[in-house]
Design a protein around this ligand. Structure first.
Ligand code: DQQ
Length: 529
């Protein structure tokens, strides 16, 4: 690496070096978790610190106001959500030194209600010379007889480590014997070995870890332990096939590496959620004799902005899932903004129709609802562009019920400029059987991703389309009929792109009812406190 030539005063040069490093790290990750990287001496994190003034973060119109995010800088995967003494603790992959993915720490926040969050001190940081010297990657948190314990991946090579807290999760001590799992099972040439998910079963600990075999497919390895320290490899909990597609209608492949496995009981079944380096897919199936047999499968999210999902069971017995909402703009734009990555809203998972995964926003979010407007029985005529005059905003919850009739497509237009030059369509395509976010006109900026996102979604004969849409600045989260989700990002360039409209294509549709709430922010300053 040419890092010794880095001009410490130049952000652009430093970024080039750090990107090279990250690409090298990612490549190493794909090479099986055994690759030791060249030293990063010369570009250590402290030399790559970006500082964005708080006032810039607070005034940034693209920065969400009611989603959890770090006070500044980079976040990716949700890590180790745990319900502890009446509160929800959430950790996340975090680079406290800038809005770029490097030198991973575990950020930490706590909430009494899944909605309002308070930041706690960073939980884990890489230890120089330790097995996590190049990053504390993803993992989980468990209650070990009253002691909160994090199980996570250290890099490089990819190994599994633990850390415990004796003071209510304010500080963490890493186990002196780390790594507790030093390598994948002997003889396995894996595409990766990371992101442990641990649970207690029949008086023992079990650990599922993300992995895969090149040319074959993604897989989850199963380990067992009595004490979280000594682990025995058992067998594959489940595996995929490289070119396997989810279903005839969904072109998403299950890939060669499964990251962030999340495995849990759901009603009388079990569910496995994995991130395939492209999509987040779920399987609801049967768990017996320590093997998981997948049943109904699907995408946990139809967009391309939702990844690395993790869940927790709370005291009400609910299973709650979060994912990392990625950015859809250039690395340079992220770094200039001083923040990147957003935590999704909490989703309550249920066993849905035909054994599929049911997904709905946690009802606690309704506490943020402010001013309300309701519209009923509006016919939607194809070809006309019209916005609802009284509704404007980029911090809204929208509930809409459509009777699609014989239309080709129908839906909502959000973040629309008065002249329609900027607008984003949330579209149910009846003819192609898809739910889409059409982003071609979402921004006049050329620096953002404006490709359409979506996937298979069909309605039964007499079923109406029920959309719940959460707009929060650049974030759009959509729940359709409690069984499909689509998370997306849009970055309108005009401050007036705040309109909401309805559309139909091919034939008329009927809007049965539309409820719109203005959503209150969860912090006065976009979570910069
Ligand atoms: N992100 C982490 C890895 C995980 C990946 C590193 C998924 O542990 O596999 O930040 O986004």
């Amino acid at each position: 690496m040419e890092v010794t030539k880095v001009d410490k005063g130049s952000k652009a040069v430093r970024q080039a070096a750090s990107r090279r490093d990250f690409l090298a790290l990612s490549t190493a990750a794909l090479l099986g978790g055994r690759t030791t990287l060249p030293s990063m001496a010369g570009v250590r994190a402290e030399q790559m610190k970006d500082e964005t003034p708080r006032r810039d973060l607070a005034a940034d119109p693209q920065r969400p106001r009611y989603h959890l995010m770090p006070p500044a800088n980079w976040m990716n995967d949700p890590n180790g959500p745990i319900f502890w003494k009446g509160q929800y603790h959430m950790f996340y992959q975090h680079n406290p030194n800038g809005a770029f993915p490097e030198n991973m720490h575990w950020g930490h926040a706590v909430s009494p209600d899944l909605v309002h969050w308070k930041h706690l001190p960073i939980a884990l940081a890489p230890t120089p010379g330790g097995p996590d010297k190049d990053g504390c990657w993803s993992g989980c948190a468990v209650d070990d007889r009253g002691v909160p314990t994090i199980v996570y991946t250290g890099v490089f090579p990819q190994v599994q480590c633990i850390a415990r807290s004796d003071d209510g999760m304010m500080t963490w001590r890493k186990h002196p014997g780390n790594p507790v799992i030093a390598a994948p099972p002997q003889g396995m040439e894996t595409t990766g070995f990371r992101d442990p998910c641990v649970w207690r079963e029949a008086g023992e600990w079990f650990l599922a870890i993300g992995s895969g075999i090149k040319g074959q497919g993604g897989m989850v390895l199963l380990y067992r332990s009595k004490d979280l320290i000594h682990w025995d490899y058992l067998h594959l909990l489940c595996k995929g096939r490289k070119d396997e597609l989810l279903s005839g209608k969904d072109s998403v492949s299950t890939g060669e590496m499964w990251e962030c496995p999340d495995f849990f009981p759901l009603a009388d079944k079990h569910a496995l959620i994995v991130s395939t380096q492209g999509a987040v897919i779920y399987s609801v199936g049967a768990y017996a004799n320590r093997y998981f047999r997948p049943g109904a499968q699907g995408r946990a999210d139809l967009g391309g902005c939702y990844y690395a999902a993790r869940s927790v069971a709370d005291e009400k017995g609910r299973r709650i899932l979060w994912g990392w909402i990625r950015e859809g703009r250039s690395d340079a734009a992220q770094r200039a903004a001083g923040w990147a990555g957003v935590m999704s809203l909490p989703r309550v998972l249920t066993l849905g129709h035909n054994g599929a995964l049911g997904m709905a926003p946690a009802p606690e979010i309704e506490a943020l609802r402010g001013k309300h407007q309701r519209f009923e029985s509006l016919p939607i005529v194809p070809g006309s562009f019209s916005l609802l005059k009284s509704v404007r905003g980029d911090s809204l919850e929208i509930q809409a019920e459509f009777q699609p009739g014989a239309c080709e497509a129908a839906g909502l237009t959000v973040r629309s400029a008065p002249d329609g030059k900027e607008q984003t369509s949330i579209t149910y395509s009846r003819t192609s059987g898809q739910l889409l976010v059409e982003r071609e006109r979402s921004s006049l900026s050329l620096d953002v991703d404006r490709t359409s996102q979506g996937g298979p979604f069909t309605l039964a004969e007499d079923e109406t389309l029920k959309l719940r849409v959460f707009l929060d600045a650049s974030v759009i989260e959509i729940f359709a009929n409690d069984r499909a989700c689509l998370t997306s990002r849009v970055y309108p360039s005009r401050s007036g792109s705040l309109g909401l409209g309805l559309f139909a294509r091919g034939d008329k549709a009927l809007l049965k009812a539309l409820d719109v709430w203005e959503m209150r922010p969860i912090s006065p300053d976009r979570l910069t406190t």
